[in-house]
Write a protein that binds this ligand. Structure first.
Ligand code: SF4
Ligand code: SF4
Length: 98
């Protein structure tokens, strides 16, 4: 479980990550967006190595929040309405533009 009350947004978790391009300042800002529930593109580049839980000096367990956000994202994608194939039917058949 992520411990928000321990996090001071120091940015160490993302700055020390070997897979994401952050320094401490940008990492702190990026992590704050994740905590606030904003959409963050960097989530797609996380390889779920869990190392950020070790990097956090406050033992706030940032990876637990990262994983939670990934699961929320997966759920959103899975619950989107499926594309309606009938919308493409009128585009099939012989060309009528001549
Ligand atoms: S989770 Fe830990 S390392 Fe990451 S910003 Fe918060 S306190 Fe710093
Ligand atoms: S779990 Fe993701 S954010 Fe954390 S150290 Fe690994 S790749 Fe980086």
């Amino acid at each position: 479980m992520f411990h928000e009350e321990r996090c001071d947004f120091c940015g160490d978790c993302l700055a020390k990550c070997h897979y994401l391009p952050f320094d401490r300042k940008s990492g702190g800002e990026a992590f704050k967006k994740l905590v606030q529930g904003e959409k963050v593109e960097w989530l797609y580049d996380c390889v779920t190595c869990i190392a950020c839980n070790e990097y956090c000096p406050k033992d706030a367990r940032p990876f637990d929040l990262i994983l939670q956000r990934m699961e929320e994202l997966r759920w959103q994608i899975a619950s989107r309405p499926k594309e309606n194939p009938s919308q493409w039917r009128r585009l099939s058949g012989p060309c009528r533009c001549a």
